[in-house]
Ligand binder design. Structure first.
Ligand SMILES: *Cc1c(COP(=O)(O)O)cnc(C)c1O
Length: 353
């Protein structure tokens, strides 16, 4: 095993910067972004704002900070956010909407992380002294816990329209928006035009070591960058990170469809492994982007945690996300040969128990 590289399917965040990206980082011309004069950060912000059809953008260290500065910029304490019950902002951001913005979240149900206009209509509060104020609708695309599900553009349009008509702001958690675009062929701006703010990550499928961005109008991005400073996320020579993001936009966007093809291939091959199957949401909705959720047959003697331990010994890393569920994510550092090897090892380990 010592000579075989690890196949790391835990997340698309595990990618290491490529030699080309490291060169771009080394060449970056930098300034002091707290003083507002890092030319590479400015160039990245202008490029992404244009790509999303918005006036301005703000480069931040993480996707969590991107979402939380946007939430803070849109809301007041006591406001209510409407979002899917499986949202990243609910499960993986340490309660930040409550801690940093004093907001409640009204969770909506729906297969794959999606919901409909009626769900939003029913959740919006009447204007009353008794109720929290419904202030912000958040859609997550692709939806992580939902299975890497892609929101159809028409559904985004009608759901966001309901929120806007009722005076709510709209935010898109687009940590993996480029995956949604790769899956549908739509441009980022096609999705972005239905939202006041959009967050997007360079550190996921695009393969950067760190960095995310918030995009919106000049006014709202002014507030976002104020809260970025307050939350401790305004950096100095961050042009080194922005250079990685610019490199990724040039070289790593078109290839996302390869990750999606590899994920579909992985899902199809699971059919041949007795004891494993796709999670129900993915069975009905299909594998839509780079994530595969694998359920263990109740008859198997071991659980997801034990299986992930055995796989690790054989050089394959897959994340257990529930007692009988694993999540495998395809990315830049896993090619088709590696996916095939992971499948062979997976079926070996499951069959020999
Ligand atoms: C990863 C992720 C984030 C947050 O990103 P971090 O950089 O890990 O803070 C936000 N939303 C979604 C949907 C994500 O998958």
């Amino acid at each position: 095993m010592s000579n075989t590289p690890i196949i790391d399917l835990r997340s698309d965040t595990v990618t290491r910067p490529t030699p080309g990206m490291r060169e771009a980082i080394a060449r970056a011309i930098v300034g002091d972004d707290v003083l507002g004069d890092d030319p590479t950060v400015i160039a990245l912000q202008e490029r992404v704002a244009a790509m999303f059809g918005k006036e301005a953008a703000c480069f931040v260290p993480t996707g969590t900070m991107a979402n939380q500065t946007a939430i803070r910029a849109h809301t007041e304490h006591g406001d209510e956010i409407i979002a899917h019950e499986g949202s990243h902002i609910i499960h993986y951001e340490t309660g930040a909407p409550a801690a940093l913005s004093g907001c409640m979240i009204r969770p909506l149900a729906g297969a794959g992380g999606l919901f409909e206009t009626a769900d939003v209509e029913n959740a919006i509060r009447q204007d009353s002294v008794h109720f929290p104020r419904s202030r912000l609708l958040i859609i997550e695309n692709t939806h992580n816990r939902g299975g890497g599900t892609v929101w159809p553009l028409a559904q985004v349009e009608r759901v966001a329209a309901v929120a806007r008509e009722r005076g709510l702001r709209t935010h898109l958690d687009g940590a993996r928006l480029w995956n949604a675009c790769a899956a549908t062929g739509h441009a980022p701006a096609d999705y972005a035009k239905h939202f006041d703010t959009i967050s997007a990550c360079f550190s996921k499928g695009l393969g950067c070591p760190a960095g995310s961005i918030v995009v919106g109008s000049r006014d709202i991005i002014g507030r976002v960058s104020r809260f970025r400073k307050m939350f401790g996320g305004t950096m100095r020579q961050s042009g080194v990170l922005a250079a990685a993001a610019i490199h990724a936009l040039d070289h790593h966007v078109d290839r996302l469809k390869d990750d999606h093809a590899n994920a579909k291939h992985l899902a199809q091959s699971l059919g041949t492994v007795t004891g494993l199957r796709l999670a129900p949401d993915q069975q009905s909705l299909g594998v839509q982007s780079n994530m595969v959720f694998i359920d263990l047959d109740p008859a198997l003697a071991f659980d997801a945690h034990a299986l992930s331990g055995c796989l690790k010994e054989r050089g394959v890393l897959i994340l257990p996300v529930a007692p009988r569920r694993l999540r495998a994510v395809c990315h830049l550092d896993v090619n088709r040969v590696a996916v095939d090897r992971a499948i062979t090892i997976l079926s070996d380990v499951v069959c020999t128990g």
